[in-house]
Each structure stands twice: as C-alpha cells, then as structure tokens.
Design a protein around this ligand. Structure first.
Ligand code: CU
Length: 149
C-alpha cells in the first residue's frame, strides 16, 4: 500500500511544472531536444535555399545599344538576335543630339549625348522593331529590327 501511494504521489506531481524545473534530468532532455530540433531545421533550410538560388539564376539577356553610331541617326546593337524573355537594353548615346530607344511598345528615357540609360523589356518570339521616337530620327535611319528566338 505504501509503495502504491508513493507512485500515485509521483504521478500527481508530474503535472506540476514547478517540480519539473528542479529535475536536472528532465531539463537536460528538454534542452537536448531543442538542440536536436534546431539542427533538423538547419539541415532542411540549407538545401532549400541552395535550390531556390539555382532557380533564380535564369538566363538574363543584356544588349548594348549605341545611339548615334556609326552616324548620328543610327543605332548599333551588340547582338542581332536575342532569346525571348526579359531583355535589358543598355542605351548609350554616342551622338551629338538627344536620342531614345523604343522597342515592343516600351520607350527609354531620352538620353543626352555621352549619357546612358537602361530599358527592361519582355520580348516575345518573332521580330521586334526598334526606333528612336524623336521627330524625324526614325525616318532618317534610326530604326531597325531585332530577331527574338
Ligand atoms: Cu534619335
């Protein structure tokens, strides 16, 4: 009877959090589990971030556009064709007049001689016509076609 009463007494105190805090074995087990959980989280987090890093590194196309080269009313593009998708056009003005660059419905800021600007455009497969929107410039030759594959 005495043993049973003792056991019952212990089971009763188990529910009391204050008693648990004083039990060194219990505290040890608890911190051990916390460390274990942290390690598991780390092990999961590392491969996941590595995988997302790989997927975000998609092919980014950058194309250099030089306005006013070889003559004032001409564009020189660093590539004759680009892959479809997001294309970054770095427009540099090597002419003596102000120019801009329009492609696929998007127009860059006006670029002063010696300055540069960037235009990001999503291109679809086909032929993308480009031009300078300043009056008379396209008619004088500031236009062309970019092949999008
Ligand atoms: Cu122009």
């Amino acid at each position: 009877m005495k043993r049973l009463a003792g056991r019952l007494g212990r089971t009763e105190t188990r529910g009391d959090p204050a008693t648990h805090a004083f039990d060194p074995r219990r505290t040890m087990r608890r911190t051990g589990m916390a460390v274990c959980a942290a390690l598991v989280t780390l092990a999961i987090a590392v491969p996941v971030s590595a995988a997302t890093g790989a997927t975000t590194a998609t092919q980014a196309t950058t194309l250099k556009v030089t306005a006013g080269k070889p003559t004032e009313f001409h564009f020189t593009l660093s590539k004759k064709s680009v892959a479809k998708g997001l294309v970054t056009f770095k427009v540099t003005n090597r002419g003596k007049l102000e120019h801009d660059f329009k492609i696929a419905g998007k127009t860059s800021k006006k670029v002063k001689p010696g300055k540069a600007t960037t235009l990001k455009v999503k291109l679809r497969k086909g032929k993308a016509k480009f031009l300078c929107t300043l009056p008379g410039h396209a008619a004088a030759g500031m236009k062309g076609t970019l092949v999008v594959k």
